[in-house]
Ligand binder design. Structure first.
Ligand SMILES: *[C@@H]1O[C@H](CO)[C@@H](O)[C@H](O)[C@H]1NC(C)=O
Ligand SMILES: *[C@@H]1O[C@H](CO)[C@@H](O)[C@H](O)[C@H]1NC(C)=O
Ligand SMILES: *[C@@H]1O[C@H](CO)[C@@H](O)[C@H](O)[C@H]1NC(C)=O
Ligand SMILES: *[C@@H]1O[C@H](CO)[C@@H](O)[C@H](O)[C@H]1NC(C)=O
Ligand SMILES: *[C@@H]1O[C@H](CO)[C@@H](O)[C@H](O)[C@H]1NC(C)=O
Ligand SMILES: *[C@@H]1O[C@H](CO)[C@@H](O)[C@H](O)[C@H]1NC(C)=O
Ligand SMILES: *[C@@H]1O[C@H](CO)[C@@H](O)[C@H](O)[C@H]1NC(C)=O
Length: 810
């Protein structure tokens, strides 16, 4: 840590010499002053520091600006191309009013190159990280030169990348060559304005990543939840067009860093801390790599085949990811369009932009020109829409994260391809209709932090946690410090391990206040976990109900991602009802209350909370019980917010737990509140019977628990379903009513199943008249893997090909 010792030395020298060498203002350099090796300028609020440093193992000296608290975070380098080989470099303001770096021979190594002379030149390191040269007599804010105009590899708040339209000058980030060498490397991050403005990472002249076009709110997509962490903007006027961002909270430092391997990281740290967290980095996965899939295919990292041809296209050759039209466009009548929903639109290589056309007009324009292959009606800034038409191959289409709304694009197809080409025997022709697209773990982390890095915060050092408060109606989601969690869990000691989720291990911990917590620690290598972690924080931060587990906070520090919940001494429901000893703990009264509690929690999710949420993974192991056996629904990793008027939604990735999944969901990915009702019905019957639906064995038949209940019901022997240890505590009429409601909930057709509001009425109201249940869905015991492939085959036959992946044993 050569730099650290230099830093210590700098601090020491500063202490000794600051009053001698520099004026009182430690951020200002005037004509008679200089900064030589070992001296620094420090901005007024002590955020940034300027001085000479040598990066990594290098012995060369460079003049740079870094965060005072984290000197390794160098944000700007002056003499990138002209290092000084010894420690005799000096920064000074020349008589003519230029900022210059001189070497030992007093020759100019670097200059700010301002022409003309200035009378009272002063240089100042501002607290934004901007080094400015100004006339001391001129208006504040008018600079002769500023370091923000010549970015290195870092974009700070208030800096711009983009174009001066008058001079044609471009500002962009250039990576360092290596950690030891700040000279310009191979990667650049720029605002591409050949089409609609979009940010791109280039390696030399090859594009490696593109964001997708700016739409007035974001690039390529609109976040479903407002971005509470930073505000990106593209400003366009007759003089310039540029990208810049603003951090929403001034209690954080934020920087965009193009690293030496060509990744762009958005880093965030608390003010005064030297710990930086990666909010996200791009490209975040293969699909983010420009053109990872060939022409005319759609990239989705979640599919077994990452690249799939668009419907109507087939692979050019066996091993190629380039796709060609199955039958060519002939400009005949009957040609139409296939809509791809929520994607990053193709690269704008051959395109035409037509402003102010609505979708119908846009479609008409595309149909008019025989070489138009696709169109999209996109929002551009200021809420205007633009008609974009593509000619030729469509490159770099990918699915967009589920918390972001991508754009819709319409692909032109001949009549023959538009028809129901159900020849799904060739898997290459799988229809790609992306209804609900897939989250990419990295990007969504941004959202997590939206929730956490809230505007006002209060420090509570004793608890090692920082609180972030949201708006009036948002809950407070405290951010715990890692050190606090380490103390609470005794360094994640094995003794405190209380469970292992699909997500990672769960530890018990004790806060200094005496409160007991459960800490869910995301395994570092679980990509899926990242996504679910984010989903969980985003959702649960908005929810509050006696029957939902309460999130106490989370911890994001370095690589660590953790969720902190209230501790539930009675663990999960499955540890009780299916355990041959512990099941005795639960009397009928307890079970009655547990069922009602779950129903209330679910009702809240479905309709009482401000969002309408489908849990999608309701099961016994996701019901936690507190010391009074009050049930709390947990694990929102798979939950989805659905729009108020979307009755049902489709997903191309079915996740859930076998035994609890509703048939329509498992078979074709359609989910609605009624799929949760199905899972609730299964759970209800399990609680009454003390038997698991999945893996249920009966000597006389191959039905599962649902099928067994159905048989007994039809033979008027429903009470035989009840767990025998309830014989004494039960109220028979209640048990019967519960089984009846349970059977109503698991009916095959979602329309037949009652909504949760009606379930709750039916459960509690003895007077309620209940309809006769119809046959349950999935009532025959199946082998999970057998059914897996059966489901898969069925689904490929449906128009919307869906990918099924059943998470086992979650
Ligand atoms: C700049 O001007 C201010 C006020 O006019 C004065 O106090 C200060 O000393 C000047 N600084 C330099 C470096 O000339
Ligand atoms: C200043 O001008 C010199 C000579 O034209 C050039 O080599 C150098 O890169 C310029 N410096 C800056 C900071 O623009
Ligand atoms: C930059 O690219 C060139 C050509 O591809 C390669 O030879 C060189 O090693 C690269 N430099 C760095 C710093 O990666
Ligand atoms: C931070 O922002 C708040 C509210 O916007 C403001 O009152 C406060 O002065 C700001 N603090 C700093 C250090 O800029
Ligand atoms: C650049 O960022 C990527 C993604 O965050 C990371 O994997 C890589 O290690 C980083 N490279 C360097 C040199 O920091
Ligand atoms: C179709 O569009 C292309 C590309 O913009 C253009 O060159 C060509 O003239 C157009 N053809 C017709 C018939 O409009
Ligand atoms: C375009 O913007 C309008 C108004 O801002 C919004 O209602 C609409 O949903 C946006 N469309 C897309 C595709 O983002």
């Amino acid at each position: 840590m050569e730099r650290a010792s230099i830093f210590t030395l700098i601090c020491f020298l500063l202490l000794v010499f600051s009053h001698l060498e520099l004026s009182k203002e430690a951020d200002v350099l005037a004509v008679d002053g200089s900064v030589s090796d070992g001296e620094t300028l420090v901005s007024s609020l002590e955020t940034f520091e300027l001085g000479f440093f040598s990066p990594g193992k290098s012995r060369n000296m460079y003049l740079g600006i870094w965060y005072k608290n984290s000197p390794e975070a160098v944000v700007w380098v002056a003499n990138r191309n002209n290092p000084i080989a010894d420690t005799k470099g000096v920064l000074t303001v020349s008589g003519s009013g230029n900022l210059v770096i001189l070497d030992r021979t007093k020759s100019v190594v670097w200059s700010s190159n301002v022409s003309g002379t200035v009378e009272h030149p002063v240089a100042q390191l501002l607290d934004t990280g901007n080094l400015v040269l100004k006339d001391n007599k001129s208006m504040p804010g008018s600079y002769l030169w500023q370091s923000f105009d010549s970015p290195s590899d870092t974009l700070l708040e208030g800096m711009k990348i983009g174009w001066n339209l008058k001079t044609g000058e471009e500002r962009y980030l250039t990576s360092w060559r290596s950690a030891d060498d700040p000279s310009p490397g191979n990667f650049t991050y720029r605002l591409d304005i050949t089409g609609l403005p979009e940010l791109v990472i280039d390696r030399g002249s090859m594009k490696t990543y593109r964001t997708g076009p700016w739409n007035g709110i974001g690039f390529g997509a609109v976040p479903a939840v407002p971005n509470l962490v930073f505000k990106p903007t593209v400003i366009s006027n007759e003089n310039e067009i540029y990208y810049t961002f603003e951090a929403v909270s001034n209690a954080t430092n934020m920087r965009l860093w193009l690293n030496q391997s060509g990744y762009l990281q958005r880093l965030i740290s608390e003010q005064g801390s030297n710990q930086w967290g990666v909010l996200y980095s791009v490209p975040f996965d293969q699909c983010g790599s420009y053109g990872f899939c060939g022409a005319n295919s759609v990239c989705s990292s979640r599919r077994p085949d990452t690249c799939e041809c668009i419907k109507g296209f087939i692979p050019k050759s066996q091993r190629s990811t380039n796709c060609v039209r199955e039958s060519s466009l002939d400009c005949q009548r009957g040609e139409g369009f296939l809509r791809l929903v929520g994607v990053k639109v193709p690269d704008l290589s051959k395109f035409h932009l037509n402003e102010n056309l609505n979708r119908e007009q846009c479609k008409g324009e595309c149909l008019k020109n025989c070489s138009c292959t696709a169109y999209a009606n996109l929002n551009v800034s200021d809420g205007r829409t633009s008609c974009l038409m593509w000619f030729g191959d469509l490159i770099d289409i990918s699915e967009v994260s589920e918390v972001y709304r991508g754009e819709d694009i319409f692909i032109r197809l001949p009549a023959s391809s538009l028809g129901l080409t159900r020849d799904s025997s060739t898997r290459n022709r799988l229809t790609v209709i992306i209804s609900v697209s897939i989250i990419s773990g990295a990007i969504i982390l941004g959202l997590v932090v939206f929730i956490i890095w809230r505007k006002s915060r209060k420090r509570d050092e004793s608890l090692h946690l920082t609180r972030f408060k949201g708006g009036k109606d948002e809950r407070e989601v405290p951010l715990f410090h890692l050190s606090g969690i380490e103390i609470a869990t005794d360094n994640f000691s094995f003794r405190n391990l209380i469970g292992e989720g699909g997500f990672g291990p769960v530890y018990k911990g004790n806060l200094p206040t005496g409160q007991e917590i459960a800490v869910k620690r995301l395994s570092k290598d679980s990509g899926q976990g990242v996504e679910q972690f984010a989903n969980e924080v985003v959702l649960i931060a908005k929810l509050q109900h006696r029957n939902l587990v309460a999130l106490l906070g989370c911890c994001i520090q370095g690589e660590e991602r953790m969720l902190i919940y209230e501790y539930m001494p009675n663990k999960s429901l499955d540890c009780l009802i299916f355990d041959h000893k512990r099941r005795e703990e639960l009397s009928w009264k307890n079970r009655f209350d547990i069922v009602l509690g779950i129903a209330r929690g679910l009702l809240y999710l479905h309709q009482d909370s401000k969002l309408q949420i489908i849990h999608r993974d309701l099961k016994a192991s996701n019901i936690l019980l507190d010391s009074n056996y009050i049930p709390k629904i947990s694990d929102f990793g798979l939950a989805r917010i659905i729009g108020g008027n979307d009755e049902e939604t489709k997903t191309n990735r079915v996740v859930g737990t076998y035994g609890y999944m509703a048939p329509e969901y498992a078979v074709d990915g359609t989910f609605s509140v009624k799929s949760d009702v199905f899972s609730f019905g299964v759970l209800l019957l399990e609680i009454v019977s003390g038997k698991k639906n999945r893996g249920y064995n009966h000597p006389d038949h191959r039905n599962n628990l649902l099928g067994h209940a159905w048989l007994l019901w039809n033979e008027d022997r429903a009470l035989e379903l009840m767990d025998t240890i309830l014989e004494e505590s039960c109220v028979r009429s209640e048990v019967l009513r519960f089984i009846h409601v349970g059977l109503l909930c698991v009916q095959e057709s979602p329309e037949d199943r009652p909504p949760m509001s009606s379930v709750l009425v039916k459960l509690t109201n003895e007077e309620a008249t209940l309809p006769q249940p119809k046959q349950p869905g999935f009532f025959i015991q199946r082998e999970p893997y057998g059914s897996f492939s059966a489901i898969r085959t069925m689904s490929t036959l449906t128009e919307n090909a869906v990918t099924i992946s059943i998470l086992e044993g979650r």
